[in-house]
Write a protein that binds this ligand. Structure first.
Ligand code: ZN
Length: 442
């Protein structure tokens, strides 16, 4: 292109962006609250994410994107001038928190890195997943992720929140591991993630011990990828805060379960990650669910890859993929064992990890919750693990996770009660991020 045509292109492109921005703003402008800026949600069953019994026909007052009051109608005064939204018959739960996400740029798209990451965050939000903790950036998307994270305190946010560990910490020596953490701390990441795969290429305990120690010095919590019991035990010995995958080689023994509880170690089962390794050996039934199609703008190109018979055959004949089937059964058993033992559980999926098609950002979080119930947790336990519990495990933001005064009004409003059936989290009425209705309506 000549210089002038480049300029013209830039002008047209930015005008297009401006028009798109206006179109996207329309729905929220149409529902702009009264002049006071205060919104009162009334009449809904409220499951606040703490594990407490639901409030029936409760009221939530939102002021400047933040929850100001919540409770039974008699206990909460609706301020004069508040815009009232009648949610009778609905159930409000906190926006879901995905404690093990990835926000990776898809190299195959023609979108810019920023547009691609924003589409992903909007898709999460459209499914009611209002916060995501990314446990692994790529060099191409690390800085843009941090930038998006820094922009999310304004109250007209129209996408899910992002917290990020940046690129996973590594090192061939303890010194290198410390330097890797220092670089991430300088970038102001939210958490530190590292891997122990159970292979000879792993960092040795003295190296990841230094990594965890340096993270503590920088005030950062550490999340570890593990598969084997011995690696989980060693990581915990070194002071790691969160196990970011299931233990999948054998039943967790009662002593280790008790140690995890005593040390308040978080546990993120990521069952759907394991499912995604083998489920595309055939066409999964969920491809035809309307709720899955809600994300098709983002999912479409990956679906095309996964329904290809050659791809399906590859999964069927891949020994490693087939070996994950019993590993997932083991993961289910260990989730039950650790939940019953009182270990803090956080919902996470590994959705969005680049190079791993079929980990659906938005849809998988709902499937994960269903699988957690099937593994033996109650719907209430799973809702807590996906909201207030995930906030306590990740500790990325004191303002997310529950419907309590002082928290962001990140809300998932449902047409049916998820305590009756966890699949009712798919009956989405509307999603709110910082008091801003990003999807749905009356
Ligand atoms: Zn991951």
């Amino acid at each position: 292109m000549t210089r002038i045509s480049k300029m013209l292109f830039a002008v047209v492109a930015s005008a297009t962006v401006a028009v798109l921005a206006i179109i996207e703003l329309q729905p929220s402008m149409a529902q702009a609250p009264a002049a006071s800026g205060v919104v009162a949600l009334t009449g809904a069953r409220i499951i606040d994410g703490t594990g407490r019994a639901p409030i029936q026909q409760g009221t939530v007052i939102i002021n400047k994107g933040v929850i100001e009051a919540v409770g039974a109608p008699a206990a909460v005064k609706i301020p004069n001038g508040a815009a009232r939204v009648d949610l009778s018959g609905k159930t409000i739960i906190p926006g879901l928190i995905n404690a093990h996400a990835h926000l990776n740029f898809d190299q195959a798209t023609k979108r810019s890195v920023r547009d691609d990451l924003i589409l992903r965050l909007k898709t999460y939000a459209n499914y009611g997943v209002t916060s995501n903790v990314s446990l692994g950036s790529r060099p191409v998307d690390e800085l843009e992720g941090l930038k998006l994270r820094d922009e999310q305190t304004h109250i007209t946010l129209d996408r899910a929140r992002l917290y990020t560990g940046g690129i996973n910490a590594v090192g061939k020596t303890p010194e290198e591991a410390r330097k890797s953490v220092d670089r991430l701390a300088d970038l102001k990441v939210d958490v530190i993630k590292y891997h122990i795969n159970g292979t000879p290429n792993d960092m040795t305990p003295d190296i990841y011990g230094a990594l965890v120690d340096e993270s503590k010095k920088k005030g950062l919590r550490t999340f570890v990828h593990i598969f084997y019991t011995k690696d989980a035990k060693s990581a915990v010995d070194k002071g790691t805060d969160v196990l970011a995958h299931s233990i999948r080689d054998k039943d967790v023994d009662p002593e280790f379960a008790a140690e995890l509880k005593r040390k308040n170690i978080g546990y993120i089962p990521t069952l759907t990650r394991d499912l995604s390794v083998f489920v595309y050996e055939t066409r999964p039934a969920f491809f035809d669910e309307p709720f899955f199609k809600r994300g098709i703008t983002l999912y479409g190109s990956e679906v095309e890859v996964l329904i290809n018979p050659a791809n399906q055959q590859k999964v069927r004949s891949d020994k490693q993929a087939q070996a994950i089937k019993p590993a997932l059964q083991q993961a289910n058993r260990n989730l039950r064992i650790l939940s019953d033992a009182g270990v803090p559980i956080a919902m996470g999926t590994d959705s969005g990890a680049e190079g791993n098609p079929g980990r659906w950002q938005g849809y998988f979080e709902h499937l994960e919750m269903e699988m957690m119930v099937k593994a033996g947790m109650t719907p209430m336990q799973v809702i807590v693990a996906s909201t207030g519990g995930a906030a306590r495990v990740t500790k990325v933001d004191p303002k997310i996770g529950t419907i309590e005064p002082g928290k962001w009004a990140d809300l998932l409003v449902l047409n049916a009660n998820p305590l009756d059936d966890i699949r009712n989290t798919r009956q989405i009425h509307s999603v709110w991020v910082g008091g801003n209705r990003v999807t749905g309506g009356n």
